[in-house]
Design a protein around this ligand. Sequence first.
Ligand SMILES: C[S@@+](CC[C@H](N)C(=O)[O-])C[C@H]1O[C@@H](n2cnc3c(N)ncnc32)[C@H](O)[C@@H]1O
Length: 306
Amino acid sequence: MGRESIVHGDVEAIERYDRVEAKAREGEIVLSYIQAETLLAARRAGVQQVEVSPDLGLSTVSVTLTDEGVRLFRDEVVSWSDIEKIKRAETSCFLVQDRSIRAIQVFSEATNRMCSLMPTKRTPTMLIAGFTMHRIVDIDPMQDTRKKIATITPLVGRVLDTATGLGYTAIEAARTADEVVTIELDPGAQEIAHHNPWSRELFTHPKIKQVMGDAFEIVPTFADASFARIIHDPPVFSLAGELYSGQFYRELYRVLKPGGRLFHYIGDLNSKSGGTVTRGALRRLQESGFTRIVKHPEAFGVVAYK
Ligand SMILES: C[S@@+](CC[C@H](N)C(=O)[O-])C[C@H]1O[C@@H](n2cnc3c(N)ncnc32)[C@H](O)[C@@H]1O
């Protein structure tokens, strides 16, 4: 809803709109093909002002269309040829800076992997070495995140999140937990999260403590029974085999409190490859000491109880 369309005299609604718009203006401007489509449609319709999101759908602002391009706030102008370019890019989001655009992607020297912020119709995901870090088929990354979290609610006490990614699980967990410790191996992935408007709370939430490094090395440094919940959401087995190993599961068991629960994302339990990985993971989790393991096909993972 645009500012103009708020019923005249509804001061509260206008103030609310201005607050949201002011907040949007504080952050970086990030656009994807979704916003590009809105802008191109508005241009075809011959309008001069249109509401568009400067932060991948979190908020909207009113922008002006000119012959030259789109005039955003802070004097940023994006040319029509750049808008066309954004529209054609279905696997990248773009940062608007100094009147030019830059794809949000980095080649990570640390892992030799390409990381990028990939738009969806709603919450973006991250691509690492061509793999999406969230489910996006018939589900949105935020719904995917909530399904993972729902398997181990209530998220109370200290929570360990073994693989930060875009921080969605850490942010969701921080809504109810006392503290969330989240680990990320790849500085490239961290940089992508920095530019993702949906990851902002990862860097600002007082309950989230970020640790950079390899979870395989960092988890062994934590005290016994120091976490009430663990969210283990590693990349696919082919990218991070050691995070599916018996040695790592034994460490997760050790740092979990008695009565605690671990959610382990594995992939589609009913697919051929998911089924194979699940069978191995279930066996190793049992051998590591977990007494009860329950499959959660709706969340593409399992919950292990200590
Ligand atoms: C599937 S994503 C996690 C998604 C995350 N839960 C979220 O909500 O956005 C996996 C992440 O683990 C990171 N990673 C890979 N190997 C790792 C390791 N050994 N230790 C810590 N993080 C690792 C990847 O760089 C990637 O960012």
